[in-house]
Design a protein around this ligand. Structure first.
Ligand SMILES: [Zn+2]
Length: 249
């Protein structure tokens, strides 16, 4: 895979980082990443992946853009109202870098379609606000040894997870086997807009580190961000011996 001068110029500021270099940039270009959910997390995540040079990206969302999305879904504006999120996101990303191949899936992930959608991607990013979908994605990624990078936001807080299922680690189901009584959903509970931006950016950070094979300290852990206290802490997820996915150390 060769780089032309224009590409070199575009990515120069990251290529000069020792831990990236030309070889790292080639890995970024080759990587295949799927972004599930084009909401508050998906918008910054997709933007950073695209502007960093990830050339093969899939995006999944079945929703249309509503006025109440615009406080945090920063790829969209007033003229996008009523249009499909995946279509508008693709248009905007193509303006950043028109070489990127973006595959859009205007569908809700289900047991029936999950294989067709996730199959070709090595890194799966979950930014959905639905607990059942989260478990479905977790179970598929675990079974097919994918890398899953998940984020969730609620009010002033955010959670970030990384599961590299090529290794023996706990899964999301170990952490939360059942739906919490009150489903955490930013539509109902509210969300402080920059928290979406911070967590989506942290997700992009982990995706790029994963592609570049850099430090893997988040694997099997949860990172908890509290924007009021301005604290970040990381905690190891414990294997649940009763996990349906038969997780082992
Ligand atoms: Zn498990």
């Amino acid at each position: 895979m060769a780089f032309n001068l224009k590409e070199f110029k575009r990515f120069e500021k990251q290529i000069i980082l020792k831990k990236v270099g030309i070889s790292g940039q080639k890995k970024i270009k080759k990587a295949k990443v799927l972004v599930i959910g084009m909401g508050g997390l998906g918008c910054p995540l997709l933007t950073y992946l695209a502007s960093s040079g990830v050339n093969n990206i899939g995006i999944v969302d079945h929703d249309k853009i509503e006025l109440g999305n615009l406080n945090r879904q920063i790829l969209f504006n007033t003229s996008d109202l009523g249009k499909y999120k995946v279509n508008q996101a693709k248009l905007k990303i193509k303006k950043i870098y028109n070489q990127i191949k973006i595959k859009t899936f205007k569908i809700k992930i289900s047991k029936k379609n999950i294989k067709t959608i996730l199959n070709e991607y090595g890194i799966i990013c979950d930014g959905t606000d639905n607990f059942d979908t989260r478990l479905l994605i977790n179970d598929y990624c675990k079974k097919n040894r994918k890398i899953l990078i998940s984020a969730a936001i609620n009010k002033f807080d955010g959670h970030l997870f990384k599961f590299n299922f090529k290794k023996k680690i706990p899964c999301f189901r170990c952490f939360m086997p059942q739906q919490p009584i009150q489903e955490v959903n930013c539509d109902e509970e509210g969300i402080f807009p920059p928290v979406a931006g911070i967590l989506g950016s942290l997700q992009a950070n982990e995706v790029l580190k994963t592609i570049l094979d850099l430090k893997d300290d988040l694997n099997g852990n949860i990172l908890i961000f509290d924007s009021l206290k301005m604290s970040i802490r990381k905690s190891k997820i414990q294997i649940n011996p009763n996990c349906k996915n038969i997780c082992k150390n």
